[in-house]
Write a protein that binds this ligand. Structure first.
Ligand SMILES: *[C@@H]1O[C@H](CO)[C@@H](O)[C@H](O)[C@H]1NC(C)=O
Ligand SMILES: *[C@@H]1O[C@H](CO)[C@@H](O)[C@H](O)[C@H]1NC(C)=O
Ligand SMILES: *[C@@H]1O[C@H](CO)[C@@H](O)[C@H](O)[C@H]1NC(C)=O
Ligand SMILES: *[C@@H]1O[C@H](CO)[C@@H](O)[C@H](O)[C@H]1NC(C)=O
Ligand SMILES: *[C@@H]1O[C@H](CO)[C@@H](O)[C@H](O)[C@H]1NC(C)=O
Ligand SMILES: *[C@@H]1O[C@H](CO)[C@@H](O)[C@H](O)[C@H]1NC(C)=O
Ligand SMILES: *[C@@H]1O[C@H](CO)[C@@H](O)[C@H](O)[C@H]1NC(C)=O
Ligand SMILES: *[C@@H]1O[C@H](CO)[C@@H](O)[C@H](O)[C@H]1NC(C)=O
Ligand SMILES: *[C@@H]1O[C@H](CO)[C@@H](O)[C@H](O)[C@H]1NC(C)=O
Ligand SMILES: *[C@@H]1O[C@H](CO)[C@@H](O)[C@H](O)[C@H]1NC(C)=O
Ligand SMILES: *[C@@H]1O[C@H](CO)[C@@H](O)[C@H](O)[C@H]1NC(C)=O
Ligand SMILES: *[C@@H]1O[C@H](CO)[C@@H](O)[C@H](O)[C@H]1NC(C)=O
Ligand SMILES: [Cu+2]
Length: 576
């Protein structure tokens, strides 16, 4: 078994792709085994060498490749001093909530020397997802791609690419990110910003001492490449562009979209975007930079640097060498170009074809209105803090509740009917004290610190409007929902108007995804259907905001039918 697991892990996309034209349409999926050994590895970036937590010594971590319908069995063994969990970001986890991974939500952490087997199937998804650690800030180095190919014999709804390339954006700190967030939570201030962004772990030539650490994409003329873009950065939405090349967006968050062309992509942490890159018909006698840098909405300091990689055509004309070719740079939107972002997101639509329908809930059983916001907690009495004032610490909240992490896992507490003392069921469905959310902010910025959930009956269609607020400055928040995809039926700036705005909702072909940017000073409306029993985390995918409490959970009890029930926990589920 160990040998075959290793073999599967070594399979490249290319070798899987070679069987892609098979004719076996009755494929019901196979089981793919992976072994993830969490261990320290010394790596050097920006002339700093440090030990980082990795999977199997790789940074970024290993690529998981599977087909829609396959089962994944991943044994995670923890050989580092930190507690670890792994989350399979965007995987629906139908009836397999025990494998979802957020620490203290669906499981206790895998402690040093322990292991845990994540066992789940991929149902009805195709495209790119990713895995990452889901405890504290350890995902800064523990992340990797999940490539989901269509079922054997099923084609993409776009021309078959010549090659497929995962492109992961990350964020690098010379310091230990665990020390960075620990310091911020202690002082109440904003955490130190990163030292670089990375493409596939490499900062590239625009940073000091990093030009050899550059991601290079070697291409042939006249071919179509599928780039699987993943934003694994901790705290930054990113613009991305490749000089002199147009990209065609075909899939987001492992759901096909109506293709559209663009020179620039905006991608929030947690999101994935598959794009087709058509290379020039002839060798262009040039090389091209691909670059990413942040889209910024907040007031705080941020890492304003730029990561670059190189798009290089192979076999330059005999008379020239690659080094002598002219280099072109893409132009990226200004850091605060909200107009570009609104324009881009308005172009995202579900494919909504007969084969890939958009099953948008047309009626709503339960309505929710959540503010997503910054706020404050009081500074401990004997301390001077670095929050917005010296007597406050930064916090963040949903409906003014800053979620307090329990010390037992919610899913276990729910399943064993031991929620008493762990969590309460009375998370409010709308703010307790309404105000003009995008007008003059209230004087009192204090949050309530609680562990509360919403219980949603099985088979319920839910509409959730998420509203940013002006408390401590409007800022966009990439909200990620575990356990479900949702349809983004509407969004806008200012305060949501329940009388006028629903009339403009798109219930025909809205984009379906698992992470959506709530616009700075605006709102977004999503719909989803509770077809999955379990406890499902929802949180801002800016890690700093999650650390400050911008998170909550939904509890969905079992349905009546046998295939609507959560099975008992696996025997190796970690304890706490
Ligand atoms: C990393 O480097 C340190 C200091 O040079 C060394 O002690 C340690 O053994 C190295 N760790 C690994 C996993 O190579
Ligand atoms: C994974 O889950 C399936 C379905 O419950 C089960 O048949 C299989 O034995 C499990 N595999 C492992 C390695 O736990
Ligand atoms: C954060 O930055 C400050 C100022 O540069 C520095 O003194 C501090 O050590 C840094 N904190 C960490 C955890 O690296
Ligand atoms: C790249 O684009 C620039 C302007 O954006 C143009 O001047 C240049 O000729 C282009 N180069 C190639 C090789 O396409
Ligand atoms: C590239 O250079 C070669 C040889 O110098 C030349 O034949 C070719 O036309 C050039 N191609 C383009 C697109 O400029
Ligand atoms: C980034 O921020 C630093 C410090 O605020 C500033 O000096 C620099 O000009 C900024 N760089 C860019 C590209 O905006
Ligand atoms: C949106 O972007 C397209 C190009 O992609 C541009 O033609 C159009 O003018 C933009 N619309 C707005 C409102 O900025
Ligand atoms: C503040 O008081 C608490 C308990 O009274 C103590 O544990 C902590 O070390 C003190 N902190 C400072 C900065 O003095
Ligand atoms: C905290 O801020 C207040 C008001 O700005 C100021 O009067 C006070 O001296 C500050 N305290 C410390 C310890 O810096
Ligand atoms: C909320 O505040 C904004 C900005 O000041 C203002 O434009 C809007 O009219 C206010 N809305 C209501 C309902 O008062
Ligand atoms: C809020 O603060 C403003 C000025 O900072 C003050 O005029 C107003 O009375 C305060 N409102 C309340 C409810 O305390
Ligand atoms: C790891 O998790 C256990 C169980 O929640 C906890 O008791 C322990 O303090 C944690 N250890 C570290 C190093 O965080
Ligand atoms: Cu946020």
């Amino acid at each position: 078994m160990a040998a075959s697991a290793y073999l599967v892990a070594l399979l490249s996309i290319a070798s899987l792709m070679s069987t892609h034209n098979g004719v076996d349409a009755t494929d019901t999926g196979i089981t793919r085994h992976y072994k993830f050994d969490i261990k320290m590895q010394n790596v050097t970036r920006l002339c700093h060498t440090k030990g980082i937590a990795t999977v199997n010594g790789q940074f970024p971590g290993p690529r998981i490749v599977a087909r829609e319908g396959d089962r994944l069995v991943v044994k995670v063994a923890n050989h580092v001093q930190n507690n670890i969990t792994i989350h399979w970001h965007g995987i629906r986890q139908l009836q397999s909530g025990w494998a979802d991974g957020p620490a203290y939500i669906t499981q206790c952490p895998i402690q040093t020397g322990q292991s845990y087997v994540y066992n789940f199937t991929i149902v009805g998804q195709r495209g790119t997802l990713w895995w990452h650690a889901h405890i504290s800030w350890l995902r800064s180095t523990l992340y990797g791609p999940i490539v989901i190919l269509p079922k054997r014999g099923v084609h993409y709804p776009f021309p078959r690419p010549y090659k497929e390339v995962p492109v992961l954006f990350g964020e690098w700190w010379n310091a230990d990110p665990e020390a960075v967030i620990a310091q911020a939570l202690q002082t109440g201030g904003g955490p130190n910003v990163s030292d670089a962004y990375t493409i596939n772990g490499l900062p590239g030539p625009l940073y000091n001492c990093s030009s050899k650490d550059t991601f290079k994409l070697n291409v042939k003329p006249g071919k179509t490449y599928l780039l699987r873009l993943i934003n694994a950065a901790l705290n930054d939405e990113l613009f991305f562009s490749i000089a002199n090349h147009t990209l065609t967006v075909v899939d987001v968050d492992a759901v096909y979209v109506k293709p559209f062309e663009t020179d620039v992509i905006i991608i929030t942490p947690g999101q994935t975007t598959n794009v087709l890159l058509k290379t020039k018909p002839y060798h262009p006698n040039a090389t091209f930079l691909m670059m990413a840098r942040p889209y910024v909405t907040g007031q705080g300091t941020f890492d304003n640097s730029t990561v670059a990689g190189i798009l290089e055509y192979n076999q330059p004309p005999l008379s020239t060498s690659i080094k002598k070719l002219p280099l072109f740079k893409p132009s990226l939107p200004p850091l605060r170009d909200t107009t570009f972002v609104a324009n881009f997101t308005s172009k995202l639509k579900s494919l909504a074809s007969a084969q890939y329908p958009a099953n948008v809930p047309q009626h709503v059983d339960k309505h929710f209105f959540f503010t997503v916001s910054l706020g404050t907690n009081p500074c401990p009495k004997n301390q001077t803090c670095q929050g917005p004032t010296n007597s406050t610490m930064f916090a963040a909240s949903v409906n003014n509740i800053s979620f307090v992490m329990p010390t037992k896992a919610l899913l276990q507490a729910y399943f064993l009917r031991q929620s008493n003392g762990v969590y309460a069921n009375d998370f409010p469905s709308s703010p307790l004290i309404p105000f003009n959310y995008t007008g003059t902010p209230p004087n009192n910025t204090m949050v309530m610190d609680e562990t509360k959930v919403v219980v949603l009956p099985f088979n319920t269609s839910v509409e959730l409007v998420m509203q940013d607020t002006s408390i401590l400055g409007a800022e966009s928040h990439p909200l990620h929902l575990h356990g479900f995809n949702f349809f983004v039926v509407g969004q806008g700036f200012g305060t949501f108007d329940p009388k006028k705005d629903p009339a403009k909702f798109n219930l025909v072909d809205p984009v379906e995804r698992n992470t959506v940017g709530v616009p700075a000073g605006g709102w977004v409306a999503i719909r989803f259907f509770t077809d999955n029993p379990g406890v499902w985390f929802m949180h801002c995918h800016f890690e700093v905001h999650t650390s400050w409490g911008l998170k909550m959970a939904w509890v969905v009890p079992d349905g009546k039918l046998p295939n609507q029930k959560l099975p008992p926990p696996p025997s190796d589920l970690p304890k706490c």
